[in-house]
Design a protein around this ligand. Structure first.
Ligand SMILES: C[S@@+](CC[C@H](N)C(=O)[O-])C[C@H]1O[C@@H](n2cnc3c(N)ncnc32)[C@H](O)[C@@H]1O
Length: 315
């Protein structure tokens, strides 16, 4: 079974590892996942790029060609460069050994040039060849050039909006698939709707504040997105629960946005009406949930600054 590698950003590492695991299992439930520090190796039928495309916290990814005990490269390693015109070598060292990385990258480049007609190109080459050193084993892999997907546009912002990576990670953690529908009952500027549609997922948003409803509508329109937005209290989701597969939302914090009642009351009321058999990822200000004994499959605390730690709860 093909193996892929993912080097993750070390911010929110647990979240990043769980995200790759959830995406891999969503595409292929028999995927096997191994983690070495911020490196995740996935054995799965799914192409590395499909997993990487959905993820929020991947720095570098590609396909593993071989595991190696030492640094012995031969002609077989460079089959992948047969049709390439340009390449670059990159060393990723997460072992405790010290290497002179630029020197190693240069000598690998020289070595490859002897086996292949491809020329070194530092920026945007056809193929990037990776040597990954860990304390357990070393990996030889590559990635092909992929055109960066364009991000959804947002013409209207608001101070309370959630950044797209945390929004996307919540969608991924509950494994909403392309063609399914996600609901955000506190949609604000529409970040969840924009992320979902950019991933081929349908979305429905609710917001009781007319101003936020208008902002979200404009943000969808500029992308020609078709998500539905309803200007109403979140309670409306009970009536439309047959129309979505999961909920991803960021509840009010009590600053910057209008609220119908105190944020802790909103959280309590939301928990009391949360649909039972849906995939759910909610985010709230940590201290609001401290006395609520919220049960879920997993909780992540995300420190932002000294007066804001957010919790993501997955159900
Ligand atoms: C933290 S913001 C959501 C931000 C959103 N994730 C974004 O990126 O723009 C919370 C939103 O909840 C909305 N809200 C407050 N009380 C509500 C209620 N009772 N029903 C529906 N929406 C409500 C606010 O208008 C606000 O837009």
């Amino acid at each position: 079974m093909p193996e892929s590698f993912f080097v993750l950003s070390k911010d929110n590492l647990e979240l990043a590892i769980d995200e790759i695991t959830a995406i891999s299992k969503m595409y292929d439930k028999f995927s096997k996942i191994k983690t070495i520090s911020n490196l995740v190796i996935v054995q799965s039928k799914t192409n590395w790029n499909d997993i990487s495309n959905r993820a929020s916290f991947v720095k570098v990814s590609g396909q593993v060609l071989r595991k190696m005990s030492g640094l012995f490269l031969d002609e077989d390693h460079f089959e992948i460069l047969k049709k390439a015109e340009t390449f670059v070598c990159r060393i990723i060292n997460i072992s405790s050994n010290q290497f002179n990385i630029p020197e190693l990258e240069n000598s690998m480049g020289d070595m490859i040039s002897k086996f292949s007609h491809a020329k070194v190109k530092l920026e945007n080459p056809d193929i990037t060849v990776y040597l990954i050193f860990t304390n357990e084993e070393n990996f030889f892999g590559f990635s092909k050039r992929v055109n960066e997907k364009s991000r959804p546009k947002k013409i209207k912002n608001y101070p309370h909006e959630l950044d797209w990576k945390l929004t996307r990670v919540m969608i991924n953690l509950i494994g909403i698939k392309q063609g399914e529908t996600v609901c955000d009952p506190f949609c604000g500027t529409g970040t969840t709707l924009l992320e979902a549609e950019s991933m081929g997922i349908n979305a429905i948003g609710l917001d009781f504040d007319k101003k936020m409803y208008e902002i979200a509508k404009e943000n969808l329109k500029v992308n020609s997105y078709k998500s539905k937005i309803i200007n109403s209290d979140f309670q409306e989701l009970v009536k439309i629960s047959g129309k979505f597969d999961g909920i991803v939302t960021d509840l009010p914090y009590g600053k910057s946005s209008k609220t119908s009642e105190k944020p802790e009351e909103i959280l309590k009321r939301f928990i009391s009406i949360m649909p039972k058999r849906k995939k759910i990822a909610i985010m709230y200000k940590k201290e609001l949930g401290d006395n609520l004994k919220l049960k879920g499959l997993k909780k992540y605390d995300i420190y932002r600054h000294k007066s804001l730690t957010r919790t993501i709860l997955i159900k």
